[in-house]
Design a protein around this ligand. Structure first.
Ligand code: CMP
Length: 467
């Protein structure tokens, strides 16, 4: 647009200056006045032309200067800096144009400008206040674009800092403009984008639940949730002994603080699952009267008969009698896991195996520092047998691929089963060998895993004291 204006005014200037006639000698008063008016018109068009040219030049200079700034510093210059730079260019260009067209110097304008300054100062009090507060914000840098700030009743991520206001995006996706002069007066809470910002989530557990167990279970459940900083372990502690239960808080640190609403919700979800798995109770101020005798229950509230039904669907347990399945179920516990939760971790010790009774799990190994899924196991599949049968550390991590229920079978339950079903050892050692081959193929098996089938079989027998 300024380019078009420059072209229009330039042409007009050229045309007008060609057609303004010379003032003849001895011209009348009327002719002189007409000539003066014509010359004024030419001067005004000339000023307009140079102003348009200055506008184009200032814009180009601005682009060039901040292109160099971005290249050198590696980030975009603040908009306030760009605006001030443009302002200085415009004022300088204006002064030069006035000097060469009307022969007006800044010094000549000063007496008038002092008065103008007072008038403008009063009229632009707020605007100037914002401008100067904006300049001090840029100098102090109390926060930057991307940080989360709380000013008055507004909390949100900073989107931009201009010469007039700070633009923030609230967690309801609303854009709020807080003027710089308000920011300069108010106290501001700043949560830096790359800082170690923490959140606190409250929850309660029943008095019957051991605080040591609650604290451990919640800490482990929260530490791997998405957006929770991996390198700072969450802190779980008792806040008070409430009317209905023990009140706790979990303090955790976030990678991206601006997503704290979602992360708080995820942390609460993880707490729920941890409670369900560990059999903890959320306290409510209620009175419960139990009128019937409760059936024998395991872990997550499933009775032994249901668990025996689930076990009978597992291939390797199909030869077992109903009595054996019941005995195995009595020694098992049912647990529920949230999607993405680690059920067993590679390298840990383990003395139990698991059967997937609902959902599915991913078997993951670490290669070159990244975690890779080598197998997906669905309902009826089992895992964790390798550490249980050989006494070695877990060979892989197993992570819930969706909400998943698993039956945990302990060492003692398997041992008594092996005594009555020696063939089971044989069947299981085949599976172990197959899985080892899978691990070897993925280059994640520990050294010395190329053991023969017979060697493995006798190791399992020895481990369970069957020989
Ligand atoms: P364990 O070593 O106790 O713990 C990790 C488990 O992952 C392991 O037992 C097996 O049950 C399972 N696992 C290891 N490798 C494989 C594989 N290739 N396919 C399926 N499951 C596996």
């Amino acid at each position: 647009m300024p380019l078009v204006l420059a072209a229009v005014f330039g042409t007009a200037w050229y045309v007008l200056s060609r057609f303004v006639p010379e003032l003849p000698a001895g011209a009348s008063e009327q002719q002189r006045m007409a000539h003066a008016a014509n010359e004024w018109a030419v001067t005004l068009v000339q000023i307009a032309f140079w102003m348009s040219v200055a506008l184009v030049a200032a814009r180009a200079l601005n682009e060039l200067a901040f292109f160099v700034f971005r290249k050198r510093k590696g980030y975009e210059a603040p908009s306030l800096m760009r605006d001030l730079f443009s302002l200085v260019l415009y004022v300088t260009a204006g002064a030069v144009i006035l000097k060469y067209t009307l022969d007006l110097s800044f010094a000549a304008l000063l007496p008038g400008s002092a008065l103008l300054g007072i008038v403008l100062g009063l009229a632009l009090q707020d605007t100037l206040g914002n401008l100067f507060s904006g300049i001090s914000l840029h100098a102090d840098k109390p926060f930057q674009v991307g940080d989360v700030i709380t000013v008055g009743k507004h909390t949100g991520a900073v989107m931009a800092i201009t010469w007039r206001a700070v633009k923030i995006k609230t967690f309801s996706n609303h854009v709020v403009l807080v003027s710089n002069s308000v920011i300069a007066k108010e106290s501001i809470e700043v949560c830096p984008q790359n800082g170690q910002n923490a959140r606190i989530v409250l929850f309660s557990a029943a008095y019957d639940d051991s605080p040591v167990k609650v604290i451990h279970a919640v800490r482990e459940a929260v530490r791997e949730a998405d957006n929770v900083l991996r390198y700072i372990t969450p802190v779980v502690r008792i806040r008070g002994l409430g009317e209905s239960g023990v009140d706790y808080e979990v303090k955790y640190w976030l990678s991206d603080y601006s997503r704290y609403n979602d992360t708080d919700a995820l942390v609460r979800q993880r707490i729920w699952y941890a409670f369900r798995r560990s059999g903890f109770t959320f306290p409510f101020p209620t009175r419960t009267v139990l009128m019937e005798e409760a059936a024998a229950q395991n872990g997550d509230g499933r009775d032994t008969e249901t668990l025996a039904g689930l076990l009978s669907a597992v291939d390797i347990f199909s030869p077992l009698t109903a009595g054996e399945l019941n005995a195995l179920a009595a020694g098992s516990a049912n647990h529920v896991f949230a999607p993405g939760e680690t059920i067993i971790r590679a390298g840990d010790d383990g003395d139990s195996m698991f059967v997937v009774s609902r959902g599915g799990v991913d078997v993951r190994v670490d290669s070159n520092g990244t975690s890779r899924t080598i197998n997906r196991l669905g309902e009826g599949a089992f895992f964790g047998e390798m550490a249980l049968f050989t006494g070695e550390p877990r060979t892989a991590s197993v992570v819930a691929a969706e909400e998943t229920e698993v039956l945990e079978i302990g060492h003692d339950a398997m041992r008594s089963l092996f005594q009555t079903n020696p063939d089971l050892v044989e069947a299981l050692s085949h599976t172990i060998n197959e899985r080892r081959a899978g691990l070897l193929a993925s280059a994640a098996a520990p050294a010395g895993d190329e053991e023969t089938h017979d060697g493995l079989l006798s190791r399992i027998r020895r481990f369970f004291g069957l020989d």
